[in-house]
Design a protein around this ligand. Structure first.
Ligand SMILES: *[C@@H]1O[C@H](CO)[C@@H](O)[C@H](O)[C@H]1NC(C)=O
Ligand SMILES: *[C@@H]1O[C@H](CO)[C@@H](O)[C@H](O)[C@H]1NC(C)=O
Ligand SMILES: *[C@@H]1O[C@H](CO)[C@@H](O)[C@H](O)[C@H]1NC(C)=O
Ligand SMILES: *[C@@H]1O[C@H](CO)[C@@H](O)[C@H](O)[C@H]1NC(C)=O
Ligand SMILES: *[C@@H]1O[C@H](CO)[C@@H](O)[C@H](O)[C@H]1NC(C)=O
Ligand SMILES: *[C@@H]1O[C@H](CO)[C@@H](O)[C@H](O)[C@H]1NC(C)=O
Ligand SMILES: *[C@@H]1O[C@H](CO)[C@@H](O)[C@H](O)[C@H]1NC(C)=O
Ligand SMILES: *[C@@H]1O[C@H](CO)[C@@H](O)[C@H](O)[C@H]1NC(C)=O
Length: 768
């Protein structure tokens, strides 16, 4: 103990000495502010070993003081961050004069003043551009009078996200027939004007195993998943929410004024399809408008054996919008299991937010890296580096060699998550991880002090360690950076099409934020840990998965339902898909973290990232009736009974079997390994949902090596709700290497008001 304490003191005295030095040398008369400076790294002079050196030396040269000095004072120009992954450049505290010097440097791109960002916890509303002054939020009254049913693990009714503040001025919609079911630790007064209903379903589970003892026989959530999802879709405003200081701000759902009803069907003891069906059945009867389904069956089930497909067909018939998580079984093709034509299938992407820790070396070099360590420790210690141990894969070796209380270096020769466990068990003070594995930015489990730095920053640290007799470092945690670029990126875990249930429909449909989403958590279950023994509880938690993306889409759908009460579910799916954004916040195509950050294709992300404000006024929609979906089931050669299983009604017929749903996307297949040309032809009908007459002209981006022909090339509408049809054919050559190519067709309104975009994919037949 004293060992660590002594070292701490030493470090502290060094910092104090530096501080004094500045006080004497610095001139206090110049006013400085922080600027963000973007640089063109390609013109970096060869003399610099890394971008970091370049930027440091640039900033240091502005005011000639001891370059190893770093402090918070504004007595000299100083570097704040250097950026290389998400942006190229740096931020620095500069005077106006120094900024002018920077602007004349080779490689300068742009600079602007840093501004105070008001952090928002859930933050994803801002990331999706939801805004109180314009667009879908005001147009929908924030989802007022819409009811979102969350079929999941139940709810923690005391969560601040489900308080009824601001919801009591209007009555609960009269169509609501639900109830607040009494159960263990759950009484009828736990529902309110926000959480308007709660029910639980476990008869199927108990039937499957009468020996089961339920831990919580009520709608109360003991797993946390349902509470998280419900608050993401429609949580109320909660100030001061955070994950142990990360992502701090005001939490709220996408549709903050929508009502929530929960249906607990998933239990710690198990999950039966029968309970699930009963839950949805009841939800639709109760009068929900939107269903959020953050789970699925990761097996090949035909629609008629898949309770999600079955239950959601009935929901769709009644006008209920169903948002369904695509699954977390990526990144391989055909990893999408139960993508259902009459639900919107949601893929997951990253958020423009990063959690950081700062590593400061004894020589003053400061590196901002990744950390979600959940405590406020300020670690200060000597660095221990031994190349043979730097894969950090042996607790015994680290315990033996690394000396208790040191900061160890773990290189990217081992699996990061395993390294984190090893370090936590080795009693090292902390670790510097060198890694760029994109998956690590999706996990909030960070049980030991540490900072992950990029391999580009590695050499600077190694150089310091090798040249210093007693290399010293400090680490500080709990920083949140928003506005990081590029974002979103499609996540590795997100399941990819073609959909195994029916390949000839392009799925997933679109993507939404899914990684490290902060939403309500249950206080009785640990939210984070330190080492293996210390469990921390918290009422908000960062979670990752398509489960988290799904309630975002449910929330947007609720807002659209409020704005367009008469639209069919498929019209709303179409509005969300044709306005989705295939570009990231650098205006480049969205990248795929599961494929070395190459451009994500529509088999991974569908039409792109959901854009709620554009979805409000899509211009045209591709509408579908329940019979249209049945035509697809007929084409699939389902027997009468199989179809009836899904439709429950003989009102439907099989006189027009068709594989060609009026869907806002296109997929064509070729036989892999062959070389012949194929033509696929599609028929589509679009409905004008803009006000009054409109003229649209087609724009085509053909997949590489394909010829796309659209006929007619212009569509004229004289009235709202008028329909027009077109055909689209893709002539494509089979690709010997089995390449997936993609493009799009965009109907552009001639006054520039609307762009109605559909992806086109040419894919090899894939076997599974
Ligand atoms: C419901 O439970 C809460 C908290 O335990 C309690 O304060 C309240 O009186 C109960 N209400 C009824 C109607 O039993
Ligand atoms: C229930 O418990 C009994 C006694 O332990 C056991 O014999 C039986 O197999 C169990 N039933 C199930 C379905 O697990
Ligand atoms: C590095 O670790 C290895 C394996 O424990 C050990 O044999 C070696 O002596 C260590 N090197 C130094 C310089 O401590
Ligand atoms: C939560 O914890 C409290 C206190 O430990 C306990 O009384 C209560 O039963 C727990 N509730 C649940 C739902 O586990
Ligand atoms: C990503 O790049 C690595 C190294 O170049 C390569 O081994 C790997 O196969 C690539 N993965 C994918 C999915 O393209
Ligand atoms: C349906 O059955 C017909 C006749 O047996 C067959 O030609 C067709 O390929 C089948 N369609 C599908 C989608 O399996
Ligand atoms: C095959 O398709 C390509 C374009 O996709 C076209 O250039 C070529 O002429 C076609 N070949 C034949 C034999 O039709
Ligand atoms: C298509 O065939 C090529 C060559 O045999 C093979 O490398 C590729 O993996 C195949 N692609 C698919 C999707 O089956």
């Amino acid at each position: 103990m004293s060992f660590w304490g002594e070292r701490k003191k030493m470090g502290l005295s060094i910092l104090i000495a530096c501080f004094l030095l500045i006080h004497h040398v610095g001139s206090m008369s110049v006013e400085r502010s922080t600027y963000i400076v973007h640089m063109d790294k390609s013109v970096m002079p060869k003399a610099f070993a890394s971008h970091h050196h370049w930027y440091t030396s640039t900033v240091d040269s502005l005011s000639p003081v001891d370059p190893s000095v770093v402090d918070g004072s504004r007595s000299k120009a100083s570097l704040v961050y250097s950026y290389d992954n998400v942006a190229r450049g740096f931020s620095a505290v500069l005077s106006k004069g120094e900024l002018e010097v920077v602007k004349k440097l080779p490689g300068f791109v742009s600079a602007y003043r840093d501004r105070q960002i008001k952090l928002r916890t859930t933050h994803t509303p801002e990331f999706l551009s939801l805004n109180p002054s314009a667009g879908l939020w005001p147009a929908s009254n924030y989802g007022k009078d819409v009811i979102i049913g969350v079929v999941d693990t139940g709810v923690w009714p005391e969560s601040r996200s489900f308080l009824e503040d601001g919801m009591t001025s209007s009555p609960i919609p009269s169509k609501w027939k639900g109830t607040c079911q009494v159960g263990e630790e759950f009484n009828a007064s736990m529902c309110n004007a926000k959480l308007i209903g709660a029910r639980y379903f476990n008869k199927g589970l108990l039937a499957s195993d009468p020996n089961i003892t339920l831990t919580m026989n009520s709608a109360r959530d003991t797993l946390g998943h349902g509470t998280h999802c419900a608050s993401t879709a429609a949580g109320n405003y909660v100030d001061g929410a955070s994950f142990f200081g990360y992502a701090e701000g005001t939490a709220r759902g996408i549709a903050p004024r929508a009502r929530v009803a929960v249906y607990k069907v998933q239990w710690p003891e198990g999950f039966q399809a029968s309970d699930f069906l009963a839950g949805i059945d009841q939800a639709v009867a109760d009068g929900v408008d939107v269903l959020s389904l953050s789970f699925g069956f990761d097996e090949d089930l035909p629609f008629y054996e898949n309770p999600i497909a079955i239950a959601s067909f009935g929901a769709m018939e009644k006008g209920v919008i169903v948002s369904h998580a695509g699954g977390n079984t990526g990144p391989h093709y055909l990893s999408l299991f139960d993508a259902i034509p009459w639900t919107v299938t949601v893929a997951a992407g990253s958020i423009d937010r990063s959690f950081a820790g700062t590593l400061t070396l004894g020589n003053g070099l400061t590196i901002t890296g990744w950390s979600v360590f959940p405590a406020s420790a300020l670690v200060e210690s000597f660095i221990y580096y031994n190349k043979t141990l730097a894969s950090c894969d042996s607790v015994a070796l680290l315990l033996d060699q690394a000396s208790f209380g040191n900061i160890v270096i773990c290189e990217d020769t081992g699996d990061f998550f395993n390294q984190l466990e090893v370090v936590a068990r080795s009693r090292a003070a902390a670790a510097i991880f060198i890694s760029k594995d994109p998956d690590l930015f999706t996990s909030a489990d960070f049980p030991w002090p540490g900072v992950v730095i990029s391999p580009r920053d590695g050499p600077a640290v190694m150089n310091y360690v090798k040249t210093s007799a007693r290399p010293l470092a400090t680490m500080a945690f709990k920083q949140t950076v928003v506005g990081t670029k590029p974002a979103p990126a499609l996540e590795s875990y997100s399941s990819r099409g073609p959909s195994r249930t029916y390949t000839r429909l392009l799925k997933p449909d679109l993507m939404a934020p899914g990684s490290l989403v902060l939403a309500a958590w249950i206080p009785n279950k640990s939210a984070a840990r330190i080492g293996s023994a210390i469990r921390l509880s918290n009422d908000y938690k960062l979670l990752t998965g398509t489960s988290m993306a799904c309630p975002h889409v449910a929330g947007v759908a609720a807002l659209l339902r409020a704005a367009h009460p008469k639209w069919s579910p498929s019209a709303i799916y179409s509005a969300m898909m044709t306005t989705a954004n295939a570009l990231d916040n650098t205006n480049n195509p969205i990248r795929d973290n599961g494929r070395n950050r190459t451009f994500a294709n529509p088999l991974a992300m569908g039409s792109g990232q959901i854009d709620p404000n554009l979805a409000l006024n899509p211009g045209l929609v591709y509408d579908l009736t329940p019979q249209d979906y049945v035509n697809l089931l007929c084409y699939m050669n389902y027997t009468e009974n199989q179809i009836l299983t899904v439709t429950r009604s003989k009102l439907y017929h099989c006189s027009k079997p068709s594989p060609d749903l009026n869907y806002p996307s296109f997929i064509a297949f070729y036989a892999n390994g062959t070389t012949k040309n194929t033509t696929a032809t599609f028929q589509r009908t679009v409905t004008n949902v803009g006000d009054g007459p409109a003229t649209y002209k087609v724009e085509v981006v053909a997949p590489a090596g394909s010829v796309v022909t659209v006929s007619p090339k212009m569509l004229f509408f004289s009235n709202k709700y008028e329909k027009n049809s077109y055909s689209l054919s893709v002539e494509y050559k089979s690709d010997k290497n089995g390449m997936v190519t993609f493009g799009s067709v965009i109907w552009v309104e001639d006054k520039g008001r609307y762009r109605v975009r559909s992806p086109i994919v040419v894919s090899p037949e894939m076997a599974f």
